[in-house]
Design a protein around this ligand. Structure first.
Ligand code: ZN
Length: 357
C-alpha cells in the first residue's frame, strides 16, 4: 500500500479544486460571523465539512474543530483559521433613534462609513441599517469632512420607521446586539477576490480544501491533525485555549502588504514575527522549506500591528510552537482584496505541511 500514502506533493491528483473552494468562500463570506457570533457560521461550516464526511466538535469557547487521525499518532498538530470577522456591537440608542456602537476588533470607521450593516438580535431577528457620521452631510455640517471618525462620532441609521430610542428598543433591538458589516463579495475577471472578510475566510476555505484533498485522495495526515476554527481572533483570544495534545499551532491568517513587507496579493506570506513575538524558528523554517520544495510562491515578512491565534495561544501559556502564514491581503480591515492564486497557494502549503513530517 506504499502508493496510497506517497508524499509526492507535485502529483496531479493534488490539483486544487478552485471552483469548489471559491463557492465555499462566497458562502462563508456571506454568512455573518462578527466576533462571538457563531450560530450561523457553525451551521454553515458543519454543512460544508459534513458533506465531505467529517464530524465537527466544539469547545466551550465556541471554537469548532475537525479532527483527522494521522499515520503517526505520537503527536498532534493544529491548523487554525478564524471564523470571526471585525464588526460592531450596539452600545446605546440615542434619543433620536440613532444607534451608537462599540467596535469589535480593528474597525476603521473611515472605511466603514456609508456601509450597510446587519443587527443580530438575541431573539433571532436581523435588522438593516447603515453607518453614518453624526455630521453626516456636507450640505449641513461644517465638520462633515473633518470630524474625527471614531465610536463617539459615528452611529447607525436604522432602515426602519423609528424616531426615538423607545421606537428602536420596541423593535426588539437591545444594547449588546451584535452587528455585522455588508461583506460585498466580488470575484473579478482578472483573478482577484474582494470582500470585507478576506480576513480570514480566504484561509478558512484553504483549510477546508485540505480536508477535501485528504478525502479525495484517501490520505491520512503525517500526524494527528486538529483543524481549529476559532471565533474570537479579532479581539485577541481566539486561540487562547488549545487542547493539551497539540504541540504545533499553525495559524492560517492574512499576510500584510506595506513598505516594510515583501508581501503581495499574489504571494503566500509566511510570518516570522508579529507585534508580540517571533514565531517558532524551527517550525517557520520548516514551512519555508516546504514552500521551496513544492514551488509555492511565498515570501517571509515580519508583521507590525498584527497578531494571530498562534500568538494568542502562546500568550495564554500553551506549550506549543507557533507559526503563521496566509494570503497577502490588500487594504486589510477595510474592503480587502487578494488573488485566487494566493488562496490556492495557501491551500497547497497547508497540504504540504499536513502531509509531511
Ligand atoms: Zn485574521
Amino acid at each position: 500500500m506504499q502508493s496510497k500514502n506517497t508524499r509526492h506533493f507535485s502529483d496531479e491528483r493534488f490539483k486544487i479544486n478552485t471552483e469548489e473552494m471559491l463557492k465555499d468562500l462566497e458562502e462563508l463570506i456571506n454568512t455573518p460571523s462578527v466576533v462571538g457570533f457563531y450560530p450561523e457560521i457553525h451551521k454553515k461550516l458543519a454543512k460544508i465539512v459534513g458533506k465531505m464526511g467529517y464530524e465537527i466538535e466544539y469547545d466551550n469557547k465556541r471554537t469548532a474543530y475537525v479532527r483527522v487521525p494521522g499515520i503517526d499518532s505520537s503527536k498532534t498538530v493544529c491548523v487554525g483559521a478564524h471564523l470571526d470577522t471585525i464588526g460592531l456591537q450596539v452600545r446605546h440608542v440615542m434619543e433620536n433613534g440613532w444607534i451608537e456602537v462599540k467596535n469589535l476588533g480593528g474597525i476603521n470607521f473611515h472605511n466603514v462609513e456609508g456601509e450597510n450593516v446587519y443587527i443580530h438580535t438575541r431573539n433571532g431577528k436581523t435588522f438593516e441599517g447603515m453607518v453614518i457620521c453624526k455630521s453626516h452631510s456636507v450640505h449641513v455640517f461644517d465638520d462633515a469632512r473633518s470630524r474625527e471618525r471614531d465610536i463617539n462620532n459615528e452611529a447607525i441609521l436604522l432602515d426602519a420607521d423609528v424616531n426615538s430610542a423607545q421606537d428602536v428598543y420596541d423593535l426588539g433591538i437591545e444594547n449588546g446586539d451584535l452587528i455585522s458589516v455588508e461583506p460585498r463579495f466580488k470575484r473579478t475577471k482578472s483573478g482577484f477576490i474582494k470582500s470585507r472578510h478576506i480576513d480570514d475566510k480566504a484561509m478558512v476555505v484553504a483549510a477546508i480544501e485540505v480536508l477535501r484533498q485528504l478525502k479525495q485522495n484517501d490520505l491520512k495526515p503525517a500526524f494527528n491533525t486538529l483543524f481549529a476554527f476559532p471565533i474570537y481572533e479579532e479581539i485577541g483570544h481566539g486561540g487562547a485555549y488549545v487542547p493539551s495534545e497539540v504541540s504545533e499551532y499553525v495559524s492560517l491568517d492574512i499576510g500584510l502588504i506595506g513598505p516594510d513587507n515583501h508581501g503581495s496579493e499574489k504571494l503566500v506570506s509566511i510570518g516570522a514575527s508579529d507585534h508580540y513575538s517571533p514565531y517558532d524558528w524551527g517550525l517557520t523554517t520548516h514551512l519555508i522549506n516546504l514552500a521551496k520544495e513544492n514551488q509555492i510562491e511565498y515570501c517571509v515578512d515580519t508583521f507590525y500591528r498584527f497578531g494571530s491565534d498562534a500568538t494568542a495561544a502562546i500568550r495564554s501559556g500553551n506549550n506549543v510552537m507557533p507559526a503563521v502564514f496566509g494570503v497577502g491581503c490588500m487594504n486589510s480591515h477595510g474592503y480587502e482584496r487578494t488573488s485566487i492564486h494566493a488562496i490556492e497557494e495557501c491551500a497547497r502549503l497547508t497540504l504540504a505541511y499536513v502531509l509531511n513530517k
